[in-house]
Design a protein around this ligand. Structure first.
Ligand SMILES: C[S@@+](CC[C@H](N)C(=O)[O-])C[C@H]1O[C@@H](n2cnc3c(N)ncnc32)[C@H](O)[C@@H]1O
Length: 240
């Protein structure tokens, strides 16, 4: 797979390529995502009924190209990685790591064990190629669910989520937060926006920690996010 960013070919070429390379289900899903743009509640029902399936069909090369084509996304990942590195964690797990954009930014700043987990095989497949193509070493990638992490209590010094909990319905989001706190030793860090859309549920994660009686080391918007009112980056201290 070509890991460089090139301009999109015309729509008919992309549509034909989509059917040929990833099958009619993928092409149908992509068409529905576009067609239902103005009907978010229908869009949630039709294309987001199963978040794992959504991220398997939506994830992969298209998603990679879309994200890498936006400078703001790279600046955001670098900003988050810079904040996280400031806490000097000795190991990090990223839950919902996607294709590894944040893991790459973390590796550029920290020489500690990094682990990524995602429930989308297509995201992880691109992630493996992406990180290898950038010469990144010492990152372990796992296929798994954020609400059932396959790790023992306190396995990682820091656990991070970036735009992950917000994509899950309330009962799953609650289980993910509890799993994060279970497998983290000192820090739980989150970039989770609070706005709603067809695939976003919008949670105030910092408030959740406060309600749990867990101290927040920092909380506030990410400078490069377009809407400061709905942007939220927070770091919770789990060691008192
Ligand atoms: C918007 S992408 C963000 C990817 C990455 N964190 C980043 O910042 O570039 C959301 C990712 O979270 C993953 N994800 C969402 N819910 C998940 C869950 N319950 N368990 C595991 N992965 C999940 C999706 O598969 C997708 O790769």
């Amino acid at each position: 797979m070509n890991m460089t960013f090139a301009p999109d070919p015309p729509l008919p070429t992309r549509a034909w390529r989509a059917v040929r390379e990833r099958g009619p289900r993928y092409a149908w899903h992509k068409a529905m995502r576009r067609a239902l743009g103005r009907w978010p509640s229908w869009k949630r029902r039709v294309v987001y009924a199963d978040p794992r399936q959504y991220w398997t069909l939506r994830g992969g090369r298209d998603y990679f190209r879309e994200q890498e084509g936006q400078v703001a996304r790279t600046l955001r990942a670098e900003w988050i990685a810079g904040r996280l590195a400031g806490y000097r964690p000795t190991s990090i797990l990223e839950v919902g790591c996607g294709y590894g954009k944040l893991l790459l930014a973390l590796r550029e700043r920290l020489d500690v064990p990094l682990t990524g987990l995602d429930f989308s095989p297509s995201q992880l497949a691109v992630g493996r190629e992406f990180l290898t193509s950038r010469g990144v070493e010492g990152v372990s990638l796992f296929l798994g669910r954020g609400d059932r992490l396959p790790f023992a209590d306190g396995s990682f010094d820091m656990v991070v989520t970036s735009a992950v909990i917000l994509h899950n319905p309330p009962e799953v989001a609650e289980r993910i937060r509890r799993e994060v706190v279970r497998v983290a030793r000192r820090f739980a860090a989150h970039n989770e926006e609070t706005n709603l859309s067809y695939n976003r549920y919008g949670y105030d994660t910092a408030e959740w920690y406060r309600d749990e009686g867990i101290r927040i080391a920092e909380s506030g918007p990410i400078p490069m996010d377009s809407d400061a009112a709905t942007s939220q980056f927070c770091v919770a201290r789990l060691d008192g």
